[in-house]
Design a binder for this molecule. Sequence first.
Ligand SMILES: [Zn+2]
Length: 407
Amino acid sequence: MAHVDDRDREHLAKAIRGHVDALCGLGGDRFPGTARNRAATDYVAAALESLGLDVERIPFEAPEWRYGATSLEVEGRTIVAHPGPFSRSAEAGGPLVEASSALQIEALTTRRAVILLHGEIARSQFVPRDYPWYSDDTHATLLAALESLEPIAVIAATGKNPGTTGAQSPFPLIEDPGFRVPSAYVSLEVGEELLAAVGADAHVQIDSTTVSSTGTQLIARLPGSEPGRIVIGAHVDSKPETLGALDNAAGVATLLGAASLLSGTATRRTVEFVPFNGEDHATSPGEVAYLKACGDLSDVHLMINIDDAGFVGAPTACSEYGLDDAARAVVAEALSQAETVLPGPQWPSSDHMIFAMRGIPAIALTTQDVETVTGEITHTPADTPDRVDEALLADAAVFAGRIAPAL
Ligand SMILES: [Zn+2]
């Protein structure tokens, strides 16, 4: 990578700001299956191609979730609810029953009921049965038990669980495209109201459906002179109903910044720029498509992932996963030259884990203030471009641009 002076850095920050604004300016979220998600990958592909990089496009199928008004009528009151992601639609009534534990779910016998899940069983999101990275037998058993009761709907009363669902409050307890029951979720307060009405008839209206749709996984390559790859990744998708500025337009903009620094230079390894398309999706369609296309990752010397970085006022945290001595030395050298990238705590979330779990060395660049970002901002409408500091991201791009050619 060529020397980067202050003016270059300013220029780079400006370009990164332009990418963040463009990705957040597509009319809403970038959830896979939507036209906005496809517009986002078109934008990123064009930006990578304008740098002279070859871009491979791998198409995948992902359902598009379409949803609208969702409510319950209980004892003469209308209660507004959130439709569960990928929920079937509902327009029917039945007796309101409740369960707060696995045992209570398994003891339910009323068919065609409206099932309120609350308390302990609703503290963290059920792992979707088609989640490619891990499974949870207890959750799978409970989802099947719920399906077998053929309920009118499952209504979950939830709070906040930053570890699995970011700052969403309430959060969707069930986010499983294969779940055959209409589902919705409400706040803990509304849950208390519903709990007081158990036994009454509840009429549920959920406007939600999924239609088959598509998306694209991109891979751009800067060919190296020797075998082996370095992967720079940042997920381009977002959750529904968020602009996903920090999560993760900022990461993609940083990836594009690193690509602009490296394009046209000679590198030892092939550098892959991968805007992963499904980090925040129940079936991770882009990640699965990437793995299918790239097979075994044993020739990857290092994966650099950028996610939730660039939060105003907080430096970037660099965490390491299974680095060998060569990679550790290169990363340490880059850290010594970086002003706003500092060693940070382990962050076992996001796309670097796909590599780390396979024993491939990886680093993650995220904000040092991950507590505020994932606890109060991510996956909500509060994740807006004004929270992003492009100067921090320019430093992160330079950092990635220093490491990639040095291995
Ligand atoms: Zn993310």
